[in-house]
Ligand binder design. Structure first.
Ligand code: ADP
Ligand code: AMP
Length: 217
């Protein structure tokens, strides 16, 4: 049984895309804090209402709210792929304590290495099916018909925070608050790095190797 894994990388690095693939192929459970927050926002929960202004500005939602939300998601035996969490050192420390206290052991992290201009290009061209979470890119992975999902025929949307001003803010926030996690996991010898600029299948391949999943079917 594989252990819990953190997918670490900037917005647009391809974490969600790869998490969906690994989830299908290897039985992981994906926990995407961004997806969970958008669900809360759409349902109009207290958490959703509290998180909304931060998300709209491209800021991080306060650690205490995020940690409490993740704590509520940690049941079941399946190994978890953390996607978009942790994003601060405080969140990383809290996750280590949380997982240790429920006997799961410390998670490893895989850093998706990619330049800022490429992240911008990926975010600007991202289209999502909000009902299923299927993600496309208008240039790198276009649907057969522009604006329509290949899988369920429903309309695709661009995320509200994928507009230039908010993208810049999110990338600044990533560099200032999340990049220190690369050192956090490297110092603890829990970091693998992959080249996230490669084509989709090659990134999957690199991840499978980094996680030593070749024989894990
Ligand atoms: P993240 O979850 O890290 O924010 P996504 O998985 O949503 O990133 O990917 C961001 C955008 O980049 C999407 O439009 C996706 O189709 C595209 N993308 C993801 N991986 C690759 C890749 N290896 N090559 C080209 N485009 C990619
Ligand atoms: P994402 O879908 O991962 O790009 O996240 C979208 C937005 O949700 C971010 O810009 C933040 O406002 C918020 N968010 C998601 N995950 C976290 C987290 N771990 N910590 C703080 N804020 C988060």
């Amino acid at each position: 049984m594989p252990g819990d894994v953190i997918l670490l990388g900037g917005p647009g690095a391809g974490k969600g895309t790869q998490a969906q693939i690994l989830q299908k192929q290897f039985g992981y459970r994906q926990i995407s804090t961004g997806d969970l927050l958008r669900e809360h926002r759409n349902r109009g929960t207290e958490l959703g209402k509290a998180a909304e202004p931060y998300m709209q500005r491209g800021d991080l939602v306060p650690d205490a709210l995020i940690i409490k939300m993740v704590e509520g998601e940690l049941q079941g035996d399946a190994a978890v792929l953390f996607d978009g969490f942790p994003r601060t050192v405080a969140q990383a420390e809290a996750l280590d304590m949380l997982l240790e206290s429920c006997g799961r052991g410390l998670p490893g992290a895989v850093y998706f290495e990619i330049s800022r201009p490429l992240l911008e290009e990926r975010l600007l061209g991202r289209w999502t099916n909000p009902r299923t979470g299927r993600v496309y890119h208008e240039k790198f992975d276009p649907p057969k018909v522009a604006g329509v999902c290949d899988e369920d025929g429903g309309p695709l949307e661009q995320r509200e925070d994928d507009k230039p001003v908010t993208i810049k803010k999110r990338l600044d926030v990533f560099e200032a608050q999340t990049m220190p996690l690369v050192a956090y996991y490297r110092e603890r010898e829990r970091l693998a790095t992959i080249d996230a600029t490669l084509p989709f299948e090659q990134v999957t391949h690199a991840l499978v190797r980094a996680l030593d999943l070749e024989h894990a079917h």
